[in-house]
Design a protein around this ligand. Structure first.
Ligand SMILES: Nc1ncnc2c1ncn2[C@@H]1O[C@H](COP(=O)(O)OP(=O)(O)OP(=O)(O)O)[C@@H](O)[C@H]1O
Ligand SMILES: [Mg+2]
Length: 451
């Protein structure tokens, strides 16, 4: 076994000391020292890739990094078209959200293609994993299970088995014996992840690492973990609702705008082919403060129901609370409604909610939010057969949005009959059959049209 020593490295300034101290002697920051293992015979160098010398970019032979499509279109889209061979991905998510379920279903799909898959469970016994696998209908013979927490053992399995795909569920329980601190500590997580990444890259193993998230919602352990890997995904959702969203946060091989939508059922995660239906209730007729907005997420459009509620403020400062939309934009829209349309919102509490827990941050939803607030304030329902899109400027003008064509097509597909769109967008816009396009130039026109 290689000789190693443990050093403590300051996360702030990079200063190294031989024993742990509460305060870095170099930069005087507290609690910044973290263990790092150094192989004495290897020096501090840990090469990730084999290229030895600098070479001209013209000399570098492009290697086509093949992708393995998993066969779950929602997942493949988020991955950027499939798993890139030799890549390392990190999946984070709240406890119990379904990370192990997703990963196990992914392993099954890859193993059914005849590729060897190693699932390392560090939190559950093989029996527990098997029980879950039975519930999910997972049973490909090429899928190997092991329950292990010692990094040296995991490394040995990877080197001996050379699987096409390996999964570590989760990194927080893996420990490197040379490091004295407990599994899950910053030093352990960082060292273990770096080591596994190194082994995976050297042997062309695609690696998925599951990580827990902290109370603040970031992946637990140092931020460096996210720098180390090729792609970072978050598996999110409301635990009290059945659907889950897989969101790309970083991807060296694809877009990070994509989301994959799944529904959690007793026999596992099912892909949701028509997600717009999830974010919209069917019986919206006559409901005040509710309007549908086509929002662009990644490469597709989702129809999202925007809801607003206004009530007289009981205490001094009126409250403005939002979920799923940007609070600053809502504050601007309230000011615009007040000044340009004469709505007396100054003494009103305003609440805005994007239904279903989606995040709609693009300006194209402005008009929808403004219309929903006005609808609630005036106590008049919006035409339930209409949807709206448009960015609202400070003088109350409605500005054009991107991808207007795709948005109205999706709206028509789900049965809407009227689209209120910015006048700027109507040039070149082809209305699908059965859909009336109503161009508006400012917020006042839009309100008159819809209420
Ligand atoms: N028998 C069952 N029937 C239906 N759904 C179940 C059943 N058992 C578990 N689930 C669902 O699976 C979820 C747990 O999934 P999973 O273990 O994959 O989550 P996880 O994110 O890996 O959790 P952890 O953070 O504990 O590792 C539960 O929250 C529940 O929704
Ligand atoms: Mg789990």
């Amino acid at each position: 076994m290689a000789k190693v020593r443990v050093l403590f490295v300051c996360q702030q300034c990079g200063h190294k000391v031989a024993k742990w101290l509460g305060k870095c002697p170099e930069c005087n920051e507290f609690n910044t020292l973290v263990e790092e293992v150094q192989k004495l015979d290897e020096g501090i160098r840990r090469p990730l890739l084999s290229e030895e010398r600098p070479m001209s970019i013209a000399e570098v032979q492009p290697v086509d990094r093949p992708r393995v499509p998993v066969g779950l279109p929602e997942l493949d889209r988020v991955l950027g078209g499939g798993i890139v061979i030799g890549s390392v991905c990190l999946i984070g998510g709240d406890p119990g959200i379904g990370k192990s379920t997703l990963i196990l279903q992914l392993c099954e799909k890859v193993a059914r293609q005849g590729r060897r898959v190693l699932y390392v469970s560090s939190e559950e016994s093989i029996m527990q994993t098997k029980l879950r696998a039975d519930r999910l209908g997972v049973g490909a013979p090429e899928l190997y299970l092991v329950s292990e927490t010692n990094l040296d053992m995991i490394r040995r399995y990877l080197e001996e088995m050379r699987p096409a795909l390996a999964v570590i569920d989760s990194i927080q329980m893996i420990y490197r014996p040379e490091i004295p601190s407990a599994p899950g500590s910053v030093g352990q997580v960082r060292e273990c992840a770096a080591d596994l990444t190194f082994v995976a890259k050297r042997h062309g193993v695609s690696l998925f690492i599951v990580g827990h998230v902290t109370k603040e919602g970031a992946i637990a352990g140092p931020r460096t973990l996210e720098h180390l890997v090729d792609a970072v995904f978050y598996f999110e959702g409301d635990r009290f609702q059945s659907f889950r969203v897989l969101r790309g946060v970083k991807n060296r091989f694809g877009s990070t705008n994509e989301i994959g939508i799944f529904e959690m059922l007793s026999n596992g995660l099912r892909e949701v082919p028509n997600p717009s239906e999830l974010f919209m209730s069917q019986d919206r007729i006559g409901r005040q403060g509710s309007v549908v907005v086509p929002s662009f997420v990644g490469s597709r459009t989702l129809l999202v129901e925007m809801q607003a509620l206004t009530t007289r403020a009981a205490y001094g400062m009126p409250a403005r609370r939002v979920t799923g939309v940007d609070l600053n934009r809502v504050a601007i829209l309230i000011a615009v409604l007040e000044r340009r349309c004469g709505l007396g919102l100054g003494g009103q509490d305003v609440f805005v909610n994007a239904v279903g827990g989606v995040q709609v941050e693009e300006p194209a939803a402005d008009l929808g939010v403004a219309v929903a607030i006005a609808s609630s304030f005036r106590g008049k329902a919006v035409d339930a057969k209409a949807f709206v899109l448009g960015e609202v400027g400070l003088s109350g003008e409605v500005r054009g949005v991107t991808q207007a064509q795709a948005r109205i097509v999706e709206g028509r597909r789900l049965g809407f009959e009227r689209a209120v769109v910015p006048a700027d967008n109507t040039r070149g816009l082809e209305a699908p059959e059965g859909l009336t396009v109503v161009p508006v130039r400012n917020l006042r026109e839009a309100l008159d049209e819809l209420q």
